[in-house]
Design a protein around this ligand. Structure first.
Ligand code: GUN
Length: 295
């Protein structure tokens, strides 16, 4: 996982202490586009969207556009919310067998009548781009370099790697324990950054004390107004994964205005972690493509 080899200088995407994920994502997309421009076959990404959850509709449209822009074969299957589990499992089976498709993503959340786990585990681990298949979860845990890693924590890891600052031994605090962000984020910080990791969640006691000792703070709570800005240490690296629509504007979990002056680095919302998630979806699709062809 040597992302430093991408050779993207900080000047391209770090402005003062602000980590412009949108600019870094643009550079990564350019690299992916160049890598496949001369390939005889294109990496293929299939996205399955069940129902019309408004946020999911927006995310899936963004994924489709990004995949097309880099020159991937992109297929979006938009299914009605009453689609049966068997229909989805048959569709995934077809995509597993389809040689033009190298990556399959089922957009979450699924409608409540569908068994999320059964559906996610039916995707071939080699075509999993989210890193949700147990084989990939286990590989990440075992520090196996062929693990597919969930796109949001992978994007954060890339940003931290490209900052080229020593992270070894720092205290990283992760807020949130989801399988999409919190847990894989903690694993990456532990095994690939050599930080000391504390995971916090809604039942954590003395959150203020834990946060006040964080050198790196990753907020993936999906909730605003939990963290008081004065808990955060001067000079901390602050990564905000939250997205909230407030009076027509997008905001993160944390108070950017208050935290920016005290952070050594900070991600904005929008334009921080979100675009990196999409860039990593493309990155993982390309990795699947290479592995399936033994390249
Ligand atoms: N819904 C919100 N984020 C994600 C993601 O990273 N992957 C999938 N499959 N669904 C999501």
């Amino acid at each position: 996982m040597d992302f430093k080899a991408l050779g993207i200088p900080k000047a391209q995407w770090v402005e003062g202490n602000i980590l412009r994920g949108n600019k870094l994502a643009q550079e990564i997309r350019k690299i992916i586009k160049e890598k496949i421009s001369s390939a005889s076959q294109k990496p293929g990404l299939a996205v399955i969207l069940v129902g019309e959850n408004p946020a999911s509709v927006i995310y899936v449209n963004q994924k489709e556009k990004a995949a097309r822009e880099v020159g991937f074969h992109s297929q979006v299957l938009r299914l009605p919310s009453n689609t049966t589990e068997n229909d989805i499992l048959s569709l995934i089976q077809e995509l597993n067998d389809n040689p033009l498709i190298h990556a399959i993503l089922v957009q979450l959340p699924l409608p409540p009548h569908l068994h999320e786990e059964k559906i996610l585990q039916s995707i071939l681990p080699q075509k999993d781009v989210d890193g949700f298949h147990y084989e990939n979860v286990g590989k990440l845990y075992a520090k196996n370099p062929t693990a597919r890693i969930p796109c949001t924590p992978l994007g954060i890891f890339v940003m931290l790697s490209l900052l080229e600052i020593p992270l070894v031994g720092l205290h990283a605090v992760v807020l949130g324990r989801s399988r999409i962000v919190g847990k894989p984020m903690a694993q990456l910080l532990l095994d690939y950054c050599n930080t000391t990791v504390t995971m916090c969640h809604s039942k954590t006691k003395h959150l203020d004390k834990i946060i006040s000792s964080a050198d790196i703070l990753v907020s993936a709570m999906g909730q605003q107004d939990v963290v008081k800005s004065n808990w955060v240490k001067e000079g901390a690296i602050i990564i905000d994964v939250g997205i909230h629509r407030k009076e027509g504007k997008l905001e993160g979990d944390l108070n950017f205005e208050e935290l920016c002056p005290k952070a050594s680095y900070i991600t904005p919302v929008p334009g921080g972690v979100g675009p990196m998630t999409i860039a990593m979806l493309l990155w993982n699709t390309l990795q699947n493509f290479h592995e399936l062809y033994g390249l």
